[in-house]
Ligand binder design. Structure first.
Ligand code: 5GP
Length: 107
């Protein structure tokens, strides 16, 4: 059964898209920790981030780098924090969280 993130990437469930290419999708978290909190996913459905093949793992991170750069242009912040949790949704994803102070990242 498709994960909720697969349905989001396919457009079957609405999301606020931040960026997309043929393999990866970035969208705003529905329950953001801060303004601009973004999730970056592979369209290919894999539960655990570290189970991705090396090439896809590297591609996801390069995509996340470009997304972080785009976020920095529109959300004033000191830097983009990166978090990997994956306990709620069984579809590999990276959290990109614009932060200004250490407490922004306490999650
Ligand atoms: P994690 O699996 O990393 O613990 O958390 C999953 C994240 O996905 C949470 O921050 C949660 O708010 C977000 N999330 C869960 N369901 C949806 C959804 O349907 N749409 C969006 N945009 N975000 C979601």
């Amino acid at each position: 059964m498709a994960t909720i993130f697969s349905k989001i990437a396919a457009g079957d469930i609405p999301s606020y898209k931040v960026a997309e290419n043929d393999r990866f999708y970035a969208f705003l978290d529905i329950n953001p920790l801060v303004k601009g909190h973004t999730l970056v996913i592979p369209k290919h459905e894999v539960d655990y981030l570290f189970d991705l093949e090396d090439e896809e793992f590297a591609g996801l991170h390069l995509f996340a780098k470009s997304v972080a750069s785009a976020i920095e242009k529109v959300i004033p912040c000191k830097r983009i924090g990166v978090a990997v949790m994956g306990l709620e949704v069984p579809h590999a994803h990276i959290h990109l969280i614009p932060i200004n102070k250490e407490s922004d990242m306490i999650i």
